[in-house]
Ligand binder design. Structure first.
Ligand code: HEM
Length: 118
């Protein structure tokens, strides 16, 4: 079966989602401080990779594991949940079906042990 990434329209869909997701993350005081020293371009790159991964698209991590990517950040469960919720809200706004959103959330939850408390 085609991945959600493909069904949503691949790269163009991701670009639209990145803008929306990015705004939510940076407007959220629970998590925006993590990105204070992140430049805009890197930030965009982060969100693009994040969403591509979340939607089952090609892996563009270039080998950096999720554990390594978030090392030293001491991300707490509430930060993780806030980010996950921004993703779910973005997908809802883009008209993604509930069942697909749930599948994405399940995938994201599986990453929690690699991202939280690193
Ligand atoms: C499922 C959840 C997540 C995924 C899939 C994900 C994915 C990624 C990826 C792909 C990178 C870039 C690694 C690289 O290019 O070397 C990254 C970096 C980063 N992530 Fe995440 N992330 C997740 C959750 C979070 C959370 C919860 C936070 C903080 C609240 C966070 C904050 C950051 C920051 C600050 C960076 C570094 C940006 C920089 O280069 O300055 N991430 N993440």
């Amino acid at each position: 079966m085609a991945s959600l990434y493909d069904r949503l329209g691949g790269k163009d869909a991701i670009a639209a989602a990145v803008d929306q997701f990015y705004e939510k993350v940076l407007a959220d005081e629970t998590v925006n401080h993590f990105f204070t020293n992140t430049d805009m371009e890197k930030q965009r790159d982060h969100q693009t990779k994040f969403l591509t991964y979340a939607l089952g698209g090609p892996n563009e991590y270039g080998g950096t594991s999720m554990k390594k990517a978030h090392e030293g950040m001491n991300i707490q469960p509430e930060h993780f949940n806030a980010i996950a919720e921004h993703l779910a809200d973005t997908l809802t706004e883009l008209g993604v079906e509930q069942a697909d959103i749930e599948a994405v959330m399940e995938k994201i939850s599986g990453l929690a042990p690699h991202i939280i408390h690193q």
